[in-house]
Ligand binder design. Structure first.
Ligand code: ARG
Length: 437
């Protein structure tokens, strides 16, 4: 009978199907580094408190460091017989150093151990995400600065509304990303609390020093309550929420650029290196990268829903349901990193068709609000000015003209407040565009 590390009270072997069903090693092996770092700190704390000898701690730590190297060099075998990464590492430690390995799991349970690993993983991912967000935001800002005078239609209801600059449009996304950055940074607070020492749920009677482990592992705080420590996954839900809102933003940006690359808009051309072709239609140049960013938002939202649902009915403290937190978290963390990594490259390589953007403004009545505000400056109440210009638009549609092409006589037919200065050869973007933002 293959002995489980928890096998003392069992008389029968675990059914193979149960082993397979309960195993998480296929996905939680990602946590090997956090697990080993956590175990090293724990061993040091046990030795400092005299719970194990300094010599035993040194043997344990040496063994753990060797296991880390084995894993990184691909010399580590995984089996569903050993449930998860914690059991794998502990069992390998037994093989390497014998019964001394059994001392590592003193004043600790897998419940606080897995919670610790998850906290460390989320902390790392928050730092990584904030770095990637800064790069993307920097690219957007630079591109916006380059296009301060690139006039384009601004839309509401996807109908041309008022002229804006591409800079204003791009900076809208820049500011969304700044909020994402703040959101992720504040999620760090929830991740930066150390659960280790809570053990299974009730702490330990041994004279452990959690404060010392906290310091070794660089956490800001310790959980005040041991049951909360092992059953809290708020920090995972927070990360997934921040990621979902971020994906809303990336997906909107992707959708907009996709629209702009269509021949109907023709505002943007993607670089060949960041577009794909069709296997049947030779003329096609498809924005697959952007479509995938838009599509991947679905799985990120799904992971948040999964996590909320996993947690919502759980009695305190640890329940095995919580093992389901990992795939959702890993998948989201990897998905947002991939999206944040590729999007800046799409942006810096794409070509902006300034003329088509300007033409799209010319071909529209996007300057109507400008003329209404002209009348307001001459003293007309805005509601009345709106009505007057509305009538002018209707007149222009009938005549096949644009407002700016009307003669002074035609202007004056609508209101005496129009002066000669309303008719100009060409109106500079500065005049008709609010560039305050
Ligand atoms: N693989 C488990 C998880 O991810 C580790 C904790 C197991 N604890 C237990 N009491 N069975 O949650």
């Amino acid at each position: 009978m293959s002995k489980k590390l928890w096998g003392g009270r069992f008389e029968k072997e675990t059914d193979a199907l149960v082993e397979k069903f309960t195993s998480s090693i296929d996905f939680d092996k990602k946590l090997y580094n956090q697990d080993i770092i956590g175990s090293i700190a724990h061993a040091r704390m046990l030795a400092k408190c005299g719970i194990i000898s300094k010599e035993d701690a040194a043997i344990i730590i040496k063994g753990l460091v060797e296991i880390k190297i084995e894993i990184e060099e691909g010399n580590f075998e995984c089996t569903s017989k050993l449930e998860d990464i914690h059991m794998h590492i502990e069992s390998r430690l037994h093989e390497k150093i014998g019964p001394v390995a059994g001392k590592l799991h003193t004043a600790r349970s897998r419940n606080d151990q897995v919670a610790l690993d998850m906290h460390m993983y989320v902390k790392e991912k928050i730092h990584e995400t904030v770095g990637l967000l800064d790069t993307l935001a920097g690219v957007l800002w630079k591109l916006a600065e380059k296009h301060k005078n690139t006039v384009m239609p601004g839309y509401t209801h996807l109908q041309k509304a008022q002229p804006v600059t591409l800079a204003t449009h791009l900076k809208a996304y820049y500011y969304m990303l700044q909020r994402d950055r703040e959101r992720f940074s504040s999620a760090l607070k929830g991740a930066d609390i150390m659960p280790l020492g809570a053990c299974a749920l009730a702490g330990t009677t041994l004279p452990a020093d959690r404060e010392y482990t906290r310091e070794l592992l660089g956490f800001s705080k310790i959980y005040e309550n041991t049951m909360d420590a092992v059953s809290d996954r708020d920090f995972v839900m927070e990360f997934l929420s921040c990621a979902s809102i971020l994906m809303v933003h990336l997906s909107r940006m992707a959708e907009e650029i996709i629209l702009w690359t269509t021949s109907e808009f023709n505002f943007i051309e993607l670089d060949d290196a960041f577009a794909t072709g069709s296997s049947i239609m030779p003329q096609k140049k498809n924005p697959d990268v952007l479509e995938l960013i838009r599509g991947k938002s679905g799985r990120v939202f799904g992971n948040l829903m999964a996590m909320l649902t996993i947690m919502k009915g759980l009695p305190l403290a640890y329940n095995r349901d919580m093992q389901e937190d990992k795939e959702a978290l890993f998948d989201t963390a990897e998905t947002i990193s991939a999206c944040l990594e590729i999007l800046p490259k799409v942006l810096v390589t794409m070509k902006v068709n300034k003329q088509n953007m300007a033409r799209a403004v010319e071909d529209s009545f996007a300057d109507a609000t400008y003329f209404a505000e002209y009348l307001v400056k001459k003293g007309m109440p805005f509601r009345q000015a709106h009505e007057v210009v509305g009538k002018m638009v209707a007149y222009c549609i009938k005549k096949g003209k644009k407002i700016k092409d009307l003669s002074i006589l035609e202007f004056k037919n609508f209101s005496d407040l129009f002066d000669e200065d309303v008719v100009v050869e060409e109106r500079l973007p500065d005049e008709i565009i609010n560039k305050n933002n």
